[in-house]
Design a protein around this ligand. Structure first.
Ligand code: ATP
Length: 741
């Protein structure tokens, strides 16, 4: 560990561009300025560093205004041959020293980050050479004796070890799923097969996750080629079975670097030729190419980039920096530094394992979540339920599992239901769909769900089962108990929000009065509000967040020309998650949430700050209010206050986003989380089923892991007055939002 005299900081983007790079640059520059560190943008990556001159530009707060939502990178990126040479790096060092820059944040892929490490290691020698040559003074040489750098992973491929996600990957998945969803409709119309090629030379992340998110029929990834030689035959038989069962569209996803088990490339055109020759299919190939890199970053990428950029500067300006170059990655929902070269080397060893045919090792290096998702996809790709299953044979019992949605519809509920039903049937169990939540349970609206009845559910929003907020009471318990007996229900799976959890808890409490309730109950979190205990993410909240930021981007665009302040109200009930996260992802000036409260004193302060900003040239103000932020100081009150106080400087408009937040097809992240939770939930249910000892649990995602909690803990883990989890994991993030705005 060492501390050094902190001087000036440079930030650059390098290698291939990735959506979210702008958000990272903005966070780096504004966090540095907030800490009184001079900060310079280095244009065109390492090329700008080698060229110097007007490519290294001092930044102020406004230099990065209005870029958060833009794709690509405003400061440019490049691949620079000169920086690969020592002479080039010497020029780069001199150019940095001209501005006394001795800290760097490099945003890019493994190549760019390796370059940063080489540069830091060489720095003392380069400095000496420059000093000996008289190019720099003794003073500069001693004040900038060390160069410290932090790398931020930015690559749509998600091929960097050390961060669960790289900046740009989630957006690329958005582009791919949008394209595959669109292709699926035309494929279904003509009963065609589409072979879709996605990026990823040594990394199958995009192919695997997009196949999972779009319920593709077959996928090729470099890490795990088909484990047999006659894969063509096997693929054709699975796809034919799909057609025979009535499937109208067939989608095969091929990673750019897909190979067979001998390392020979599996090319899209070859797959097309096989399917045409052997199945007589009408096959089209779509190579998605650079579309995957483009467009506005997703909510997740904006937030990820913002948090990593902020943490990188926090790290570089802290007293406890390591001597080596670090990678700032997101691990288990926390930004953490890790030795950069260790991460790069492990990333490279995946490629080496693939080259050496050691696919098991390649998969292991990708981690458990990747392996889980691979196995999940293979379960779901089966066309029909197998006649007998290993799990049923092992446990020798076939369960009748009731599945239902509760509370408001959340995008991804259908995805979860489909995954649960298919995995459960695959294990030999029977599924009963309860319509319209507990209202349908009381009325006995219960039907069997077979393998094909959930076809097409993976990608559509809303709730095909129907949902309701009904919380049963009194005699309704009796009706439900009777239906449990009548339909011989062995276990209940609830995919839903607060009212579902509350009812499950009530069932658990009423077990002595209603013996029929003595069956396993499992709740899977699905709520756009993201207010449930035991989970950092509920199914649906990512889609809602993306709906919000898309709407806000448009609102901002409409307002910027007219000196306007917009007050936007978002959902969330008493939970400020959507408000806070959309505030970070859109760069709102102020976010009002119920957890924090709204006071007149704060409103006065915020208004005078806003007026000051408009006086100094600001053209747009964005204020976000949670729908229940305050009973009196609510959205209308804030609009009226701003209108009156700011009338000489700006106009004010109010926008209540309403139900558009709940609608739409689920985002890739919601589809992936829904599938993962549902499969893990069903596994848990089957493995822990005991007739005489029924569990009652809810589950969730924490730090990237799936966790289970006893329903008896529900009251302890919640703030019942306001229907929200008492542990607010995103609480600290709100400081970052206010710093950067
Ligand atoms: P992507 O994942 O999009 O390919 P990347 O950052 O890996 O992004 P590269 O082309 O490998 O892209 O590297 C970008 C730039 O980083 C190179 O053009 C070069 O200037 C610099 N760089 C890469 N490797 C090194 C190295 N070993 N030494 C010095 N500089 C390097």
């Amino acid at each position: 560990m060492s501390s050094q005299v902190k001087k000036n900081l440079g930030v650059l983007t390098s290698g291939g561009d990735a959506p979210g790079m702008n958000a990272a640059v903005r966070a780096v520059i504004r966090t540095a300025l907030e800490k009184n560190v001079n900060v310079f943008a280095i244009y065109e990556g390492y090329q700008g560093m080698v060229d110097g001159g007007d490519r290294i530009v001092a930044c102020d707060w406004d230099s990065v205004g209005g870029i958060l939502q833009r794709g690509g990178t405003k400061i440019g990126t490049a691949r620079c041959q000169a920086f690969q040479t020592r002479d080039g790096r010497r020029k780069a060092a001199l150019n940095l020293l001209k501005h006394e820059i001795n800290s760097l944040v490099v945003i890019g892929g493994d190549g760019s980050l390796t370059g940063a490490n080489v540069f830091c290691q060489e720095w003392p020698e380069l400095l000496k050479e420059l000093l000996d040559a008289g190019d720099i003074s003794n003073e500069i040489a001693s004040s900038c004796a060390q160069l410290k750098a932090v790398g931020l992973p930015a690559s749509i491929d998600n091929d960097l070890y050390g961060s669960d996600m790289s900046i740009g990957t989630d957006t690329a998945l958005h582009r791919i799923t949008e394209a595959v969803d669109a292709i699926s409709t035309t494929a279904a119309s003509h009963q065609r097969t589409f072979v879709v090629e996605v990026m990823g030379r040594n990394c199958g992340y995009l192919a695997l996750m997009s196949a999972l998110a779009s319920s593709a029929d077959w996928v090729f990834i470099p890490e795990m080629p088909p484990p047999y030689d006659n894969w063509e035959e096997k693929m054709c038989s699975v796809l034919k079975a799909g057609r025979d069962s009535g499937r109208r569209d067939t989608i095969v996803i091929v990673a750019e670097g897909a190979i067979d088990r001998h390392g020979n490339p599996v090319q899209s055109n070859y797959v097309k030729q096989i399917l045409e020759e052997r199945l007589n299919e009408d096959v089209r190939v779509t190579i998605l190419g650079h579309v995957q890199r483009g467009g506005s970053p997703s909510a997740y990428d904006r937030t990820l980039a913002t948090l990593l950029g902020h943490s990188a500067v926090e790290y570089l300006t802290s007293e406890n920096t390591e001597n080596e170059t670090m990678l700032m990655g997101m691990r288990g929902n926390n930004s953490k530094p890790a030795p950069l070269m260790e991460c790069v080397n492990i990333s490279h060893s995946v490629a080496d394992s693939i080259k050496n045919g050691d696919y098991e090792k390649a998969m292991q290096l990708r981690g458990n979540v990747f392996i889980d998702n691979y196995n999940t996809l293979h379960t779901l790709m089966k066309v029909r339920s197998p006649k007998a299953s290993h799990d049923t044979q092992a446990s020798n019992q076939s369960l009748r599992i009731a599945i239902m949605n509760c509370d408001a519809a959340a995008p991804g509920m259908n995805t979860a239901a489909r995954a649960a039903v298919r995995h459960g049937i695959d294990c030999g169990h029977t599924f009963l769909g309860i319509e319209h939540g507990f209202r349908g349970f009381i009325e006995g609206k219960i039907r069997e769900l077979d393998w094909l009845s959930v076809r097409g559910w993976a990608t559509i929003g809303g709730s095909e089962l129907g949902t309701s907020r009904k919380i049963p009471k009194g005699g309704e318990f009796y009706a439900i108990a009777r239906h449990i007996e009548k339909f011989e229900i062995d276990a209940i799976l609830i995919i839903g929000g607060w009212s579902g959890y509350q009812t499950a808890y009530n069932f658990f409490q009423q077990r002595e009065n209603y013996p029929a309730f003595n069956i396993p109950i499992l709740c899977i979190p699905a709520s756009i509000d993201n207010n449930l205990p035991g989970s950092e993410y509920s199914i649906g909240c990512d889609t809602a967040l993306n709906n919000i930021i898309e709407a806000m981007d448009k609102i901002k665009q409409s307002a910027v020309a007219t000196n306007r302040c917009i007050v936007v109200e978002v959902m969330g009930y008493y939970c400020g998650y959507l408000a806070m996260m959309s505030g970070i992802a859109t760069g709102a000036e102020r976010v009002y949430i119920h957890e924090e409260g709204v006071t007149l004193k704060n409103l006065q302060k915020d208004i005078s700050y806003l007026m000051d900003s408009f006086r100094h040239g600001k053209r747009l103000g964005l204020i976000i209010c949670n729908e229940k932020a305050h009973p009196v100081y609510n959205t209308n009150f804030i609009r009226d206050l701003l209108t009156e106080e700011g009338k000489k400087l700006f106009t004010v408009r109010r926008s209540i986003l309403g139900h558009l937040q709940q609608g739409g097809d689920p985002t890739p992240m919601d589809r992936i989380n829904a599938t993962r939770l549902a499969i893990q939930g069903i596994k848990y249910l089957i493995e822990n089923y005991k007739k005489d000892k029924p569990f009652a649990q809810f589950m969730g995602l924490k730090g990237g892991q799936v966790n289970f909690w006893n329903l008896s803990k529900f009251p302890d883990l919640t703030d019942k007055e306001f229907n929200r989890a008492s542990d607010i994991w995103w609480w600290n993030i709100r400081n970052i939002a206010s710093i950067l705005a």
